[in-house]
Design a protein around this ligand. Structure first.
Ligand SMILES: [Ca+2]
Length: 56
């Protein structure tokens, strides 16, 4: 996530910015922290996971 230990709207923005990236992308290293469920791609599941944490 973005460094602070809390899940924030900034984290949601980070995942949104990385949306669609996979480990096949050359710049995956800078986006992989947005892969919340570690399935090597950033998709709706990751967005939903972050959104769920924000709403807690
Ligand atoms: Ca993922």
């Amino acid at each position: 996530m973005n460094g602070d230990s809390k899940v924030s709207i900034g984290d949601l923005a980070m995942v949104a910015a990385a949306y669609g990236k996979t480990d096949a992308d050359a710049d995956w290293n800078q986006y992989k922290s947005a892969d919340i469920n570690h399935d090597k791609k950033v998709d709706i599941d990751d967005l939903a996971a972050v959104a769920a944490k924000i709403l807690k």
